[in-house]
Design a protein around this ligand. Structure first.
Ligand SMILES: Nc1ncnc2c1ncn2[C@@H]1O[C@H](COP(=O)(O)OP(=O)(O)OP(=O)(O)O)[C@@H](O)[C@H]1O
Ligand SMILES: [Mg+2]
Length: 392
């Protein structure tokens, strides 16, 4: 953990995050003050870095459409809309991205701002608690600015209602005074672009959803696309990986670039210290090979399909404890001692995609391939026959 000593006037530590990464994360990086120690007036300690804060470790986020890998059904039409808006000298229509976590929604929001040469304000649904918060933000926007609201499904009703007229008519109406002195004030706004991101499109109200001119669903990436993501990130991080090792990491990344980047870092750690306490890693110039990558990922608990411990425990609970289902997500969350939201947002989308579970009106069901995989996990084998950690 980095420490910073400040003599006399302790000033705020300069933001460790790229300002473009936004208010939510920047405020999370606020320094904590510790008690005074001998010799110095105070010691400021930065909070631990979150592993997924790419910006802190090395910025792996693509900055332009040209760098953004895959998602051509989103990037192609969006690129046209951006170029057309720029040509007309108008702000881009409001954009909504939805899809599972880690697929590049935030990245696209920042790419839009950069391509439009616009300033971006980054906030999130839960951060905008009161109508005053959103009115303050909106009234500070300049023409063409991008307002990015992450987790937009978590906006309160009151705040959401202010957005309706802001998005459609570029004005907000609010009441001042009360009783006989009450009057409505209409505040005109500059034409801005709202970019919303959500993992739960179904939780958006219809009036809000309909106010987005451009709506895109992000899909899981193919193995080939993720191999490109791994190679690109390895280049930025300065890690040499053989093509087969990059493909191995990609194959186990559950179709998600964020996971691919995380697994790449774990493989790098393993390769640097040789995977044991000896601390002897590969030669500085040597490349990570497929076996090394596979072994590092096995130690991480990631199986050949990319399922991690929580995925496997979920599958096993549904298959064994609930005899394949149907089981409600509340019951599964209680059995697994996990947040329901984690199961719905993080675990289930990939299991649905690979056909291991289905959602039915009565609850979640395990499909025959899901039951088979769960059985193999229980008996210590993964789908492709490698040894797995036995789950209980
Ligand atoms: N198309 C891509 N090409 C290369 N890297 C990508 C791509 N999309 C995402 N990434 C990488 O994956 C990481 C996660 O992406 P991002 O934060 O944009 O996901 P998200 O969809 O906003 O996730 P969440 O729903 O959790 O907010 C980024 O830091 C970036 O490094
Ligand atoms: Mg995001």
């Amino acid at each position: 953990m980095a420490r910073e000593r400040v003599i006399r006037e302790p000033k705020a530590i300069p933001a460790v995050l790229d300002p473009a990464e936004g208010t939510k994360k920047a405020s999370a990086a606020k320094p904590a003050r510790l008690p005074v120690t001998e010799g110095v007036d105070s010691v400021l300690v930065r909070p631990p870095l979150r592993e997924d804060d790419d910006s802190v470790i090395k910025d792996l986020r693509p900055k332009r459409f040209a760098e953004y890998i895959g998602q051509s059904t989103v990037v192609d039409p969006l690129g046209i809309a951006v170029r057309a808006a720029k040509k007309r000298g108008e702000p881009l229509d409001h954009v909504l991205f939805h899809g599972p976590p880690g697929l590049g929604k935030t990245t696209l929001a920042h790419i839009i701002a950069r391509e439009m040469e616009a300033h971006v304000t980054h906030t999130s649904g839960p951060a905008l608690e009161r109508p005053a918060d959103v009115v303050g933000l909106l009234s500070n926007l300049k023409k063409g600015d991008v307002l990015f609201i992450d987790e937009i499904h978590r906006l309160s009703h009151a705040v959401e209602e202010y957005l309706y007229s802001a998005m459609e008519d570029f004005r907000v109406d609010f009441m001042t005074g009360s009783g006989a002195f009450a009057k409505t004030i209409s505040l005109p706004l500059e034409k801005f672009t709202l970019v919303g991101s959500t993992t739960r499109a179904g939780m958006l109200t219809a009036p809000l959803r309909e106010r987005f001119g451009l709506t895109y669903h992000l899909e899981f990436y193919t193995d080939d696309e993720l191999t490109l993501v791994v190679k690109r990130s390895a280049g930025i991080l300065g890690v040499k990986v053989e093509a087969e090792a990059a493909a191995e990491i990609a194959r186990r990344s559950r179709g998600t670039p964020r996971i691919a980047n995380r697994l790449l870092r774990r493989v790098r750690d393993y390769a640097e210290v040789g995977g044991d306490a000896s601390g002897i890693g590969i030669e500085p110039d040597a490349a990570v090979n497929k076996d090394m990558a596979a072994e590092a990922l096995r130690l991480e608990g990631v199986d050949e399909l990319g399922l991690d411990r929580l995925d496997r425990t979920y599958l096993q609970t549904l298959a064994v404890n609930y005899q394949g289902g149907p089981a409600g997500v509340e019951a599964l969350a209680a059995s697994l001692n996990e947040e329901q939201q984690t199961l719905v947002d993080v675990v289930e989308p990939f299991l649905l995609k690979i056909g291991f579970i289905v959602r039915t009106p009565a609850g979640r069901r395990c499909t025959p391939p899901g039951m088979q995989h769960a059985g193999e996990v229980t008996h210590g084998k993964s789908a492709k026959g490698t040894q797995q950690a036995r789950l209980v």
